[in-house]
Design a protein around this ligand. Sequence first.
Ligand code: NAD
Length: 500
Amino acid sequence: MSKAYQQSEAVKRRLEQVQGHFIAGHWLRENQQATSDVYNPSTGAVISQAICGTPAEVDQAVAAARSSFDDERWSGLTPAARAKVLWRIADLMEAEQAELAELEMLDAGKFYAAAEQGEVAFAAECFRYFAGWCTKIDGATKQLSSGPTNEFHVYTRREPIGVAALIVPWNGPLVQAAWKIAPALAAGCSCVLKPAQETPLSTLKLAEIMQQAGLPDGVLNVVLGDGPEIGGHLAAHDGVDKVSFTGSTAVGKKIIGAAKGNLKKVSLELGGKSPMVVFPDADLQDAADGAISAIFSNAGQVCVAGSRLYVHKSIYSELLPIIQEKAQAIKVGSALDPAMDMGPMISLRQLDSVLEKIHRAEAQGARLLCGGKLVQQGENGGGYFIEPTIFVDVNAGMDIATEEVFGPVLTVFAFDDSDDIVALANDSEYGLAASVWTKDIALAHKTAAKIKAGLLWINCHGIPDMAVPFGGYKQSGWGRENGYEALLQYTEQKSVIVRL
Ligand code: NAD
């Protein structure tokens, strides 16, 4: 299977060196701490070593970001000059897309074609999108409500917020990094980014590209290390003005606690348990394809994964077998093998966590329609794979109905006209995304308006776009990524009242 894959010389050289921090434009590959293993989740093999950061190195990175912000080497450039650098980053990412995609495949378990045409292309486009916003960050003129209008000139300004700490997860390392770095830089901020310990490779390559594109040293710094110690120190740091975090809801709550020391601004993109609602008049083939891709893309390790499928009773017995057949036809295996459809869990820890949730669901009485088992790979059993899994006969009290699995596990429910489908869809502590499947336009829009989620799709699921705000209601987060809204989160607003 993996015979088809030939490692490029560039990636070979990159993996041979220790993955280090990028601070003030320099690579720091040695410290007193041990290094940690970087794994290929498709094989379980150790492919490189990464430095384990120390709090002192976080301090160094924050100081580098702070001095680059205070001397205005980036924020003081004209907006057009900043836009040119962001645009150049996108061009260089495309020039280097083969290496970036290879790293994403080896490190994050993405299929090469999906990484190249999806992740890398999308991340590059994110820099272009925010390049466009650099020259459009406006204030407004205002009118005093209780002062003589002609004697005062009043206006607002948008200023960069300062040093932004950016903490990202492993399920889309390059895209998640781009979603934060691009708006932060467009606003004029300096940044310290911490990738997930599982997936440092593409982010470090991106840092290299950004330096080549002309980003001044110190404006982007990358620190490597574990979550609680290194991420925690960064989130709590008094030299940081804003923290933007993507990850689990449990850690998101810790970030809020860590940020309270200096009341830094916080935005959070957290977990989800997103419902898909299929009404009787829906196109069943479309709905089946949508459900399959909503839950099994990236092996379910997607924050907006459609993990709760509500199907109207009148079409349940027709739709369910179509979905089951499609799920069972999915070829599970190494992301190095383009003949496979679904790749690995990111780590042994994630594999164990998903299997434990599957076993608990069975123990609580949910019926396994298909899947549920570990997929053994080859004689040595390398790689972390789970079968596409579907549960039925689930009731609302079971953990599988409410808990985020972050793996390839779909839970299917039937509903009828006597059920309040909106209440069922909203029966979750999360509110990240949802989709509604019907040809009835009025029903679609009315249902979309009532579901409490930050992203609502009608007759599709999981389509992101740079221009469309992305984020959660309830415990799925605070704030929005993408669109102008994302940019505003990296600014402070100042009001100026001038007595003429
Ligand atoms: P995680 O919360 O364990 O880790 C995310 C990042 O936070 C990592 O870089 C980690 O090292 C760091 N971290 C861990 N503990 C920390 C602490 N105490 N202080 C500071 N940083 C800390 O999440 P994960 O397992 O890497 O990712 C999966 C989760 O992310 C899922 O819940 C998923 O829904 C969520 N997610 C959400 C979105 C979104 O946009 N809403 C996108 C992707 C993933």
